[in-house]
Design a protein. Structure first.
Length: 127
């Protein structure tokens, strides 16, 4: 998907922290009769207007943050009817980027877990 945003201040200048160009693409693959999934995604954000309050006067000045691309992947597998293992990797290319001037965003991150569903009543049965 692609999004164009034309957010503006009352004086006509671009709204801070609202990138005009952004997009996302995702692919998902199911296997083993839907027990497993693998997904891959790419997020793109264009250059973003921001503001900085610089020392020593803290006068406000505008600047543009660089655009960035993020690559993400995830997988899950149902090992039993009520147990699923999952994992995901975010910012796979370990990009350095900022969404707000002066505050670095998260770099490479990996997450994993187990989901257990304790609601074992058959479908349609009273609970």
């Amino acid at each position: 998907s692609y999004t164009y945003t034309d957010a503006r201040q009352p004086d006509g200048t671009r709204e801070f922290r609202r990138t005009p160009h952004s997009g996302r693409a995702d692919v998902r693959y199911l296997f083993n009769e839907g027990k497993g999934t693998v997904s891959f995604g790419v997020v793109a954000n264009g250059r973003t207007p921001d503001v900085v309050f610089a020392n020593p006067s803290y006068a406000r000045s505008r600047l543009e943050l660089d655009g960035y691309w993020l690559v993400q992947a995830a997988a899950s597998y149902k090992v039993a009817p009520n147990v699923e293992i999952y994992g995901r990797i975010e910012n796979m290319l370990n990009q350095k980027y900022q969404e707000i001037y002066g505050y670095s965003a998260a770099r490479l991150g990996a997450y994993a877990g187990v989901k257990i569903n304790f609601d074992t009543a058959p479908s349609g049965a009273p609970k």
